[in-house]
Design a protein around this ligand. Structure first.
Ligand SMILES: NC(=O)c1ccc[n+]([C@@H]2O[C@H](COP(=O)([O-])OP(=O)(O)OC[C@H]3O[C@@H](n4cnc5c(N)ncnc54)[C@H](OP(=O)(O)O)[C@@H]3O)[C@@H](O)[C@H]2O)c1
Length: 257
């Protein structure tokens, strides 16, 4: 049984914990200062520990606090945590070098997961100066994990895959808003959305070419072409790409804060 302790049990930690709870090889505990997150831990029957107990008793500590809270927390952890304990930070933009300075001599890993981890459908990249199969296996249990060789790649992952779900949720949100004008009251909007998204996954799951798929829906002078032309004319693709860059640049900025 491996003991995994979470510091900060907000949105990201909850997704990771939900995914890990499906594996009885992990014994999970949590520490937070936020009442609603403490109530969630209680609801999930996850033991709450003091920071000191969690750091001392865990084999692996996962730090899931916001970047602004990181260094003060590390300064406290530095006085407590054993050199053999593996420490994972999921904080966007907090570099491995800064973590190593804050927690000298420790085994530190940067991981950039996303909320898909909740259903073991997460995508995580890991950056560290050490190779560690156990860390890779844990994140592979939560979906798909891979090791990257630079902070730059972690920042790209942060924007594309960490922040990315929110970009898609915005599009789905508008899709559902427009369904309001279409569906009768007795048809569930969410069911229709799920069916629609599942059909997209089904269409691409065997590696189909995306341009071919677009061509298969679009006919000259037709409705799809009219909609796509508007997207192209409004530079939608460039805008999407710029959004990824904005998030990536913000991740780089956060490392300077
Ligand atoms: N959300 C995502 O999809 C996502 C994806 C990839 C990476 N991340 C990374 O995950 C980290 C957490 O994000 P989140 O969205 O989960 O944040 P969150 O929901 O705000 O959760 C963070 C929790 O940590 C608590 N906390 C902060 N400092 C603490 C301390 N010293 N001791 C005890 N508890 C402390 C916070 O309490 P207070 O509320 O009192 O501050 C809060 O309850 C961030 O660094 C983010 O970059 C998030």
């Amino acid at each position: 049984m491996r003991k995994i302790g979470f510091i900060g049990c907000g949105h990201m930690a909850k997704a990771l914990i939900k995914g890990l709870q499906k594996n009885s090889a992990f014994s999970i505990s949590g520490h937070d200062r936020n009442e609603s997150n403490l109530a969630w831990l209680e609801h999930e029957s996850i033991p709450q520990k003091s920071l000191a107990d969690l750091c001392i008793e865990s084999d692996i500590v996962v730090i899931c606090v916001k970047p602004k809270d990181m260094y003060e927390l590390c300064a406290t952890m530095n006085k407590i945590i054993d050199k053999e304990t593996k420490i994972i930070s999921v904080a966007a933009g907090v570099t491995l070098e800064n973590l190593k300075t804050a927690l000298p001599g420790r085994k530190i890993f940067r991981a950039m997961p996303n909320i898909g981890a909740k259903d073991n459908l997460g995508i995580t990249s890991i950056f560290s100066s050490k190779e560690d199969n156990e860390i890779l296996e844990i994140f592979n249990f939560l979906g798909k994990a891979f090791v990257v060789d630079s902070e730059e790649k972690i920042n790209l992952h942060t924007s594309l895959i960490g922040s990315g779900p929110a970009f898609y949720f915005e599009i789905i949100n508008e899709f559902e808003n427009r369904l309001d004008g279409l569906l009768p009251d007795n048809v569930s909007k969410r069911d229709v959305t799920l069916l629609f998204l599942t059909s997209l996954i089904s269409a691409i799951k065997d590696g189909e070419n995306l341009d071919d798929l677009i061509a298969s829906i679009k006919s000259k002078g037709g409705t799809t072409e009219a909609g796509l032309n508007l997207l192209y004319n409004k530079n939608f693709i460039q805008i999407f790409s710029n959004a990824v860059d904005a998030a990536k640049n913000r991740a780089a900025d956060l490392s300077m804060d």
